[in-house]
Write a protein that binds this ligand. Structure first.
Ligand SMILES: *[C@@H]1O[C@H](CO)[C@@H](O)[C@H](O)[C@H]1NC(C)=O
Ligand SMILES: *[C@@H]1O[C@H](CO)[C@@H](O)[C@H](O)[C@H]1NC(C)=O
Ligand SMILES: *[C@@H]1O[C@H](CO)[C@@H](O)[C@H](O)[C@H]1NC(C)=O
Ligand SMILES: *[C@@H]1O[C@H](CO)[C@@H](O)[C@H](O)[C@H]1NC(C)=O
Ligand SMILES: *[C@@H]1O[C@H](CO)[C@@H](O)[C@H](O)[C@H]1NC(C)=O
Ligand SMILES: *[C@@H]1O[C@H](CO)[C@@H](O)[C@H](O)[C@H]1NC(C)=O
Ligand SMILES: *[C@@H]1O[C@H](CO)[C@@H](O)[C@H](O)[C@H]1NC(C)=O
Length: 452
């Protein structure tokens, strides 16, 4: 009853449920982003007394997606009201400067950890204020890089990162694009920021290995989702997800900016072309509105998958900044997507956003993920106001380097750890998150005996 009256009251105030932006009026975009950012925090209580900062018990990686959207929101809008909340959560979950916090480390994947490192790297590149008491943003990205490089698995398929870390996880037997493309991206961004060859050498190595498998085709620029260690990584799970393209694309863009070689430019053009062809399709939004084409039309996106396109829009804009030749190809598509996303935020009389931007009206979905992706694309379109490339240590980026961050931390890195019942329950909870990606394996994942 109370809800009904509140809704009626709000509706009577008019315009309140519509979120429209005027592309020529940055303030209208900032106002819209303020609403979606506020809405995303409706699902976050980690800053409240007695709660755990940055904690998302059943979907830990999503904390990084929330914080990355708010880091970029601050950058593009200058609204700093959430900065302390972001710093607190980013530091609380940092583990030993490597985003392997012990509450989660026994059942996370390389991709989960990467997304937190990516948020930290982003913070470093835009001089997001450092926490008063905590790890520097750059060192957190280095910590993730260092701990993942230690897991490079030369014994299977000639290299590559496994998806997950332990034999009792289903993803232990797979190598996937987001894990390898994630580390590649991180290496490329660290290389450009620090100008340290170790990182660019690793970026090249991860790229070459990826191209030696069906994950990354360096002629057609197809990016597959995963390969199976059991058959020597020779066959692919070719589901098309935007973040797999996005992560190899942004890494290639940074490598091109750093090296200016034609090979990297060809990679940027090829991957960007496929990303646009696959995820900005004519039949969904006239070729200019981003859609996760594999799951949106059938309304089958799970909460991971909803987030992908938002994150990818932020990466595309960074690509446009480090490879300015691509700006005119990318920016109009971000604009149209932002307009459509804003129109999707007309739900529940409180600017609840939907999943399918191409419908240009609320599609009935509700969640933190929907608010995050709207904030991502609305912030990103403000890049036209702020065409400053991501910083480096020589262009004003002043986050402190710690090349040894994350080294020698055994929390979660030891394959010999005794698995407790709690760990197993955790593994089952988290693996459920990935059921849609590997639907056929779910029975095995939940019921299978840990192999340790
Ligand atoms: C908006 O309304 C929906 C549906 O009642 C609710 O789930 C959501 O938490 C609300 N969002 C905010 C920011 O209040
Ligand atoms: C937590 O953050 C939300 C969103 O900014 C804010 O409304 C709330 O007051 C904060 N809580 C505390 C205890 O600071
Ligand atoms: C881990 O869990 C404990 C107990 O709930 C909590 O006190 C602590 O803050 C958590 N740490 C992280 C990093 O979430
Ligand atoms: C493409 O990848 C293959 C397989 O790793 C490699 O032999 C070839 O040199 C690569 N081509 C280019 C242009 O990098
Ligand atoms: C590298 O990035 C800078 C900053 O945006 C830009 O001025 C420069 O043109 C880029 N280099 C290349 C090769 O695109
Ligand atoms: C880093 O640069 C920012 C401005 O971009 C400045 O506000 C901050 O004080 C600097 N930090 C240090 C430690 O120099
Ligand atoms: C470059 O990075 C590597 C790997 O982290 C590190 O061992 C080395 O000390 C770094 N070099 C400099 C000059 O920072």
């Amino acid at each position: 009853m109370r809800l009904f009256f509140l809704g009626a009251l709000l509706a009577s105030l008019g315009r309140i449920s519509a979120l429209e932006i005027e592309l020529t009026d940055p303030q209208s975009i900032k106002d819209a982003a303020a609403k979606t950012a506020y809405g995303s925090l409706g699902w976050y209580a980690g800053n409240e007394t007695g709660q755990i900062p940055g904690s998302f018990p059943e979907k830990w990686w999503e904390g990084s997606a929330l914080f990355m959207s708010l880091i970029l929101y601050w950058y593009y809008t200058d609204d700093d009201q959430y900065n302390d909340l972001v710093s607190q959560g980013m530091q609380w979950q940092a583990g030993d400067c490597d985003y392997m916090p012990s509450n989660y480390s026994s059942y996370l994947g390389n991709d989960d950890q990467f997304f937190w490192g990516c948020a930290a790297m982003t913070a470093a590149e835009i001089n997001f204020p450092e926490a008063d008491d905590g790890y520097s943003w750059l060192s957190l990205a280095q910590g993730v890089f260092n701990s993942q490089v230690e897991r490079w698995d030369s014994e299977n398929c000639g290299g590559g990162l496994r998806w997950q870390l332990y034999p009792y996880q289903a993803g232990y037997l797979m190598k996937n694009s987001i894990s390898n493309g994630g580390l590649f991206q991180l290496a490329a961004r660290l290389a450009r920021y620090t100008n340290n060859d170790t990182y660019s050498d690793w970026a090249q190595k991860i790229w070459d290995w990826s191209a030696s498998t069906p994950l990354l085709n360096n002629e057609t620029w197809n990016v597959a989702d995963s390969v199976d260690i059991n058959d020597g990584c020779s066959t692919q799970g070719n589901n098309q997800w935007s973040y797999n393209y996005g992560t190899y694309l942004i890494g290639a863009a940074y490598m091109y900016n750093l090296t200016e070689t034609s090979e990297w430019k060809a990679a940027v053009d090829g991957l960007l072309g496929n990303l646009i062809d696959t995820f900005f399709t004519e039949n969904l939004g006239g070729g200019n509105i981003m859609a996760e084409t594999l799951c949106e039309p059938k309304e089958l996106c799970n909460y991971n998958e909803i987030l992908f396109k938002g994150i990818v829009t932020t990466w595309m804009v960074f690509v446009a900044l480090v490879v300015p030749e691509t700006y005119d190809q990318i920016f109009p598509k971000i604009q149209t997507s932002a307009q459509a996303a804003a129109l999707s935020c007309s739900g529940s009389n409180n600017n609840t956003c939907g999943v399918r931007w191409y419908q240009s009206t609320w599609d009935g979905w509700t969640g933190m993920e929907e608010q995050i992706i709207a904030t991502d694309v609305l912030s990103s379109v403000l890049v036209s106001e702020k065409r400053t490339a991501p910083l480096t240590s020589t262009t004003g980026g002043n986050s402190t380097s710690n090349p040894n961050a994350g080294l020698g931390d055994s929390s979660g890195d030891s394959g010999t750890k005794t698995i407790t019942t709690g760990d197993r329950a955790g593994a089952a909870i988290l693996t459920v998150v990935f059921v849609v990606l590997w639907g056929g394996m779910v029975g095995w994942m939940v019921l299978g005996e840990p192999a340790v």
